[in-house]
Design a protein around this ligand. Sequence first.
Ligand code: GLA
Length: 727
Amino acid sequence: MKLYTYILVGMLCCAEVMSAADNPVTITTPTTALMVNAPEGGDLRLVYYGKNLGADGLGQLLETRNNLNRSLYPAFGDVTGGETALRVIHSDGNPTTELKISGVEQESLPDGTLTSINMQDRHYPFYVDVYYRSYDSSDVIETWTKITNNEKKPVTLTQYDSGTISFYRGDAWLTHLNGSWAAECNMVEEPLDWGMKVIKNKGGNRNGHGDHPEVMISLSGKPREDYGEVIGAVLSWGGNFKMRLDSDNNSVQTLFAGINEEAGEYVLEPGKSLMTPPLILTFSDEGKGGVSRNLHRYARLDGKLQKGNETRPILLNSWEGIRFDVSQEKMDEMMADFSALGGEMFVMDDGWFGEKYPRNNGSQGLGDWMIDRRKLPGGIAGLIKSAHDKGLKFGIWIEPESTNSRSELMEKHPDWALQTKNRNPHYGRGGTQLLLDLCNPKVQDMVVNMVDTLLSNNPGIDYVKWDMNVALSNYGSTYLKSDRQTHIYVEYQKGLNNVLERIKKKHPDVLFQACGGGGGRVSYAMMPYFGEFWVSDNTDALQRIFMQWGMSQFYPSNSMAQHVSEVPNQCTGRVTPFKYRFDVAMSGRLGLELIPSELTDEEKDMAKKAIGEYKGIRETVQTGDLYRLLSPYDGGPVTSLMYVSPDKRKAVFFAYKLQHFNNEILPHIKLTGLDPNKVYHVREINAGNRKHELDGKNVKGDVLMKAGLDPRLYSEYASRVLEFTEI
Ligand code: GLA
């Protein structure tokens, strides 16, 4: 239903207090409001984004001219000297654009509102529509643009951001994630100072290893977990992105966010449009924790994270245990042992396919998705039967966007890999890995058919780990026209989305994990198709605490795949206690990645108990509200976090020792998020020899939150998990 169109907008909101030309448009969520001024024939300007002040309060901002008053989608030509969100070379070569508002519409949707603000160039039939989509069930507003060329000839977009958000400088701080393979999601916090801060990715097909397109901007000084005004902004795009935080040498700073335009000029044919990816915005005055919870709630909405409001099975993945050394006997043994521990699903990782080029290492076979019968004579059906006989579900690893030069696929279709004209190929993993050309519809069909055949022929596959181990480093498509090669970054993502959409339609029940050579595919853009992310190939419990903390800023816990692995850890060589590894993995989606038969009897016993306990706390951990209590990034000896069920009847508390020194001062930790009036029964989970003193006691929420508790972490790599249940 349409709520109102252009002229009505001004009349509905604060008619008496505005100047004639003003046209305030308000977008609200349960507790936030975003207000723009969209006068017909004028410029689109941001008035306010923050706590909802009500119609009167918002009206006063415009009336008194006490507002941000920042151009919302500045185009090159419209602004002189300042940063821009859009740059267009028009069909006659004019490099400037002047956008003026031509209409506003607001439409009510079942769970929110869609606002579109239409703009047109003063001279050219060139249009930009700015969209805002708000949600009633989460404090999130998405914004994106539709850029349309109705000129007689093509225009070239040399910059095409999704949107901007401005804020007062004050003492603004930035929280963002960076890192690299096996060290993903490292959290950085820094003041936003003069000049411009740029966060970007140029990997082409995945953007979770280095800089992430997810930021928080704390408006009232150093970022705090539980208080202070914070804006959260996430660009839902899986390819090259750029986020610029520009001070513009004045009192207002602006975040510009969009597809990274570098080496990506996009030509729009007459009559064609480009939709930019959504920039997801949220605001909280309850600190970073508030922003995280808003985003987690949003991710769990229908249509966002796949199966977003469901819990995940406890799985054993074969990779760290046996690598490429797949065989029916080894799989059978792992499955039987895992089943005895109470596991729920077995996932066969890499190494199961290839005929002429068997996948015995990383240098061959990708693209040849036929089972290697030398390793698995009973085929996938045999594995599924074996899993089901042992009471386990079955999952499988694939990497469908990639190939190796040593593959039957490349012998048949050498033009299906991305390749640069007159240049030697850049190979990835194994010295032979190449990225397939998903710009090409034939390649898209091939990938869809491959995955569809695998899943249709084997309805017992309940889970797919979809990996992506090579960057887009060969800049050329045999499918795209020679003068459209710069579309490769955008067309690759569109092709990938098309593939994923088609597979999702056919196999909606299969749970997909996005892996990108570790955490390379941790991205909101992947969410509609993937229910979880492989956080990192680094499973060292101590380093994982830091990565999981970083990722939790933006991603809900049921999307974070956390596995208990062997020691010394395969990445860091560190030896941590079995309990510590379990306690760390149990704060997200628990899994195992080791050979169960290699565990000692004592470890098996502990694993069985921990898996059993996890089933009891899974709901709270995976679908509850996250409260981070003590950050590992603060440099102290202990870190702690907790989850509280939405009805506040259950909570689970985790605390981990990070450093160990003699006579160190250990923190007393105040819990958050509990109901102060409820009385909770405390039970320690995975308890060691010395149980926590609160185990078995009943304590009031108020006491736990005001007086706190001592986690009693006296030894190196000590950890505690406490469960709180309302009595
Ligand atoms: C990537 C993934 C690993 C594993 C291997 C298999 O590195 O991150 O978890 O699946 O590929 O080759």
